[in-house]
Design a protein around this ligand. Structure first.
Ligand code: ADP
Ligand code: MG
Length: 353
């Protein structure tokens, strides 16, 4: 009871700091923030104007004096200040004591412990920067966990066991491919090809085929609505709106899932080739576990219809999609927060400053 009372004032926090989306989990409350990883600011002064959903709205339509940046583009911290600002904004948003409670004399919420899932390409220096940003935003302790590890935990896999677990987490800017065993990452072959490249492939396909210039958002919409990796029954259609490159005027075209697939598959194949390469360089004992248990797919890319099927057809290994793949990483950070044994079993960095 007392514990429960105090847990009202200590909100441990799990964060998935993704290239496309940031998700925040608060212990006892669940996932409370799900917003694009975007920061809008003044080009010259670098003063931040908006973060998250509000900043994303400005993408592609900022006047010359403003810019909308993705702090973690390509799975590395492309922009230190923007990353720190975003992290601190999200942490502060969830751990401030409500005004009403303060007035009634309730104590200030005590400092939370924070577990942050970061892309595995992040360097040592960048890790420290993320940690420092979390600590200065009010965290009592800040742990970092690599995203593929968090995704595997979120998918409910026994990461501390000696068996091999193979995870493919396809996000917006990066696809993380990792082999996990005994609580550590044995092999990690990420690549900077993921959802954003699929959107770009749709843009160039439609430009070449129909002389239609599409914005990124419209391309993403087409992907979400009818994107697929294998033949669909029946094939679907989607109307895209863009600008006719010949007349310069707005133009709408009805595209089929077959056409969109033609644009997407070459990119998906590059990812599959990297998966095969990674398996080839993996220790044979672990590969036999993977052949038996299959590859797990997480991240937004896992939702492309038939991507699992295409992978298993090409490399002859079973593939399955994690439950709710977009939240696998943040749910993994939540499990680590709630299970001290897990926290000690998996290799996380950080803790007290
Ligand atoms: P990150 O971890 O890099 O932030 P996410 O795992 O949140 O990325 O995935 C975002 C990517 O997944 C985006 O490129 C988005 O377009 C894509 N995505 C989200 N939902 C779907 C879907 N249903 N079908 C295909 N792609 C999707
Ligand atoms: Mg991710």
């Amino acid at each position: 009871m007392i514990d429960k009372f105090f847990s009202l004032f200590t909100h441990d926090i799990g964060i998935d700091l993704g290239t496309a989306n940031t998700l925040v989990y608060v212990r006892g409350k669940g996932i409370v923030i799900r917003e694009p990883s975007v920061v809008a600011r003044h080009k010259k002064t670098k003063a931040m104007l908006a973060i998250g959903a509000q900043a994303k709205k400005m993408e592609g339509r900022t006047p010359q004096t403003l810019e909308a940046v993705r702090p973690l583009k390509d799975g590395v911290i492309a922009d230190f200040d923007a990353t720190a600002a975003m992290l601190s904004y999200f942490i502060k948003r969830v751990h401030e004591t409500p005004q009403g409670a303060r007035r009634l004399g309730f104590p200030k919420i005590s400092k939370p412990r924070v577990v942050i899932g970061i892309p595995s390409g992040v360097t040592e220096v960048e890790r420290r920067a993320v940690q420092d940003a979390a600590l200065s935003a009010g965290a009592r302790q800040a742990y970092l966990i690599e995203e593929p590890m968090a995704a595997a935990i979120g998918a409910g896999l026994p990461v501390a066991d000696p068996g091999g677990i193979f995870v493919v987490d396809m996000g917006g800017g990066t696809t993380e491919i990792a082999l996990i065993s005994l609580g550590g990452i044995v092999l990690n072959r990420g690549l900077r090809i993921a959802g954003d490249e699929l959107d770009e492939a749709i843009i160039s396909y439609l430009r070449l085929r129909y002389s239609l210039l599409l914005g990124r958002t419209s391309a993403e919409e087409a992907k979400l609505s009818i994107g697929s990796a294998v033949a669909q029954k029946p094939e679907k259609y989607h109307v895209v709106r863009g600008r006719d490159l010949e007349t310069g005027l707005p133009k709408s075209i009805k595209v089929s899932s077959e056409e969109i697939r033609e644009a997407l598959v070459p990119i998906l194949q590059q990812i599959i080739v990297r998966i095969a390469d990674t398996l080839e360089s993996s220790p044979p004992e672990l590969v036999s576990d993977v052949i038996e248990k299959g590859i797990v797919l997480a991240g937004g890319g896992a939702l492309i219809s038939g991507f699992d099927q295409l992978i298993s057809e090409m490399i002859k290994i079973p593939v399955w999609v994690a439950d709710d793949p977009l939240t696998a990483v943040v749910r993994g950070t939540a499990k680590v927060l709630e299970d001290p044994r897990l926290l000690s079993q998996v290799r996380v960095t950080g803790g007290l400053r």
